[in-house]
Design a protein around this ligand. Structure first.
Ligand SMILES: *[C@@H]1O[C@H](CO)[C@@H](O)[C@H](O)[C@H]1NC(C)=O
Ligand SMILES: *[C@@H]1O[C@H](CO)[C@@H](O)[C@H](O)[C@H]1NC(C)=O
Length: 429
């Protein structure tokens, strides 16, 4: 049988995700889009109500956005300037909310405070219900975009988590439960990795490297997104170009190129240029390109207020856009960052997960996150289609993404930041 170490059993949360961005044919420019086409992250409940039919989702949006930016600041403070950062704020908020569903006392209040839910006076019951609707809404529109957010509990064979915890995870977080024999660590690792690979179309194959044979349970979250650009790039216009990683490093990238109408804004005071690249469906990529040498300054101030300001300022203009084609992956251990952000009890010997197990005391041992992002012009079939765009007769603005930039993949109906990050070196695998 398993060894008992100290007073506590350990478990790990894995939040992992995948963003795969593929382009496909499209038969025309949506000239009808206006800046309102993308609904920014600060809508009033009434406005969102008409889109979602359930305003409870909206309760999560402001705290989740604030958490996304707070986390970004912690991660960028730890990363070298030339290092890529990429993660799913929504995936991490979801995983921590599931963890909170089994927590009590200070362990729970620290999680809620770091997630920003206590500031909004939200109860666990309200949060649970909001995730239920959010997951439901995100699962819609699978025909035009593939977006899957799911959860699971991998539970030690001889352990039974509390019935209410398992049923809450199933009901509110659409979470599946399966048994794992952690005493055979190699088999446990393989079983969990197989599950995750199957849920992410094999994009994330080796999320777990090793597991402690004492592990009691692993909480799993995954986010998978595959979007088709609303306006695809023509592969014939892709060419080799330089990308300036930092003052001394230059790499060669496949630079895609497209001139077209985009929602665009040059914020001179704040030294940055912003563009929205919509996918078919309700999701868009927002790219923020700081002026040369201004990445650190922009990273210092970026917040939901700035995102809102940029959304409100966007207007359609013709843009000569150069965007590198890239494929990156990141692995992040979130334990230290979460402790810095105030989640300490969950990792301590006096952690209170009395809502999870009634006969065994447990604590969190590890929180890991893995993410991949690939951007291309795609086109197998796209090359065969014809697009005709009507352009105004003025010179286009230009936006050449030939230096580090920030990306946010945002879903408009639920106001969720699905993914966020910094592309410093598109050639770093
Ligand atoms: C939103 O969801 C909650 C929980 O299921 C439900 O009680 C409420 O009636 C829903 N509201 C609308 C407008 O659908
Ligand atoms: C710079 O950002 C601030 C805060 O969002 C905003 O008030 C200001 O208008 C911005 N400057 C420009 C030129 O947009």
């Amino acid at each position: 049988g398993p060894r008992l170490r100290g007073c506590c059993w350990t478990f790990a949360i894995l939040a992992m995700l995948l963003a795969m961005v593929l382009a496909a044919p499209h038969d025309g420019d949506h000239m009808g889009h206006t800046p309102e086409h993308f609904h920014h992250l600060h809508h009033s409940p009434e406005e969102v109500h008409s889109h979602t039919g359930n305003e409870s989702i909206l309760k999560l949006s402001p705290p989740n956005a604030n958490f996304a930016f707070a986390l970004y600041k912690r991660l960028s403070a730890k990363a070298a300037a030339s290092q890529n950062i990429f993660y799913s704020p929504l995936g991490i908020s979801t995983a921590l909310s599931m963890l909170a569903a089994g927590a009590a006392g200070d362990t729970h209040s620290q999680l809620f405070s770091t997630l920003g839910y206590s500031g909004e006076q939200l109860t666990q019951a309200q949060v649970d219900e909001s995730y239920e609707h959010l997951i439901h809404v995100l699962g819609h529109n699978q025909k035009i975009q593939q977006l899957e957010l799911g959860n699971a509990l991998a539970v030690r064979k001889e352990f039974k988590p509390m019935v209410k915890f398992v049923s809450d995870i199933k009901h509110y977080f659409a979470g599946e439960t399966f048994e794992v024999d952690f005493s055979n660590a190699a088999d446990a690792v393989a079983k969990i990795n197989e599950y995750i690979a199957a849920k992410t179309a094999d994009k994330i194959k080796d999320q777990v490297k090793e597991l402690d044979p004492d592990t009691a349970m692993v909480l799993i979250n995954y986010v998978f997104f595959r979007g088709t650009w609303d306006k695809t790039f023509d592969p014939a216009h892709t060419s080799k170009k330089d990308f300036q990683v930092d003052a001394t490093t230059k790499v060669e990238v496949d630079m895609m190129k497209r001139t077209g109408r985009y929602e665009f804004y040059q914020d001179q005071d704040n030294h940055t240029t912003v563009i929205m690249l919509p996918y078919q469906g309700d999701t868009s990529m927002m790219i923020v390109l700081p002026d040369e040498g201004k990445m650190q300054e922009v990273e210092g101030y970026i917040s939901s207020d700035y995102i809102k300001h940029w959304h409100d300022s966007l207007f359609r203009s013709s843009v000569d856009l150069s965007l590198p084609k890239f494929s990156i992956s990141t692995e992040t251990s979130l334990g230290d960052v979460l402790k810095e952000m105030g989640v300490t009890k969950a990792f301590a010997d006096d952690a209170d997960f009395s809502g999870m197990f009634d006969e065994t005391r447990v604590k969190v041992s590890k929180v890991s996150h893995k993410a991949v992002l690939s951007v291309d012009e795609k086109g197998t079939e796209a090359a065969a289609s014809t697009t005709i765009e009507i352009m105004p007769m003025s010179l286009p603005d230009t936006m050449e993404l030939n230096r580090p930039f920030l990306v946010l993949i945002v879903e408009s109906s639920t106001k969720s930041i699905l993914f966020m990050g910094r592309i410093s070196d598109p050639t770093a695998a």
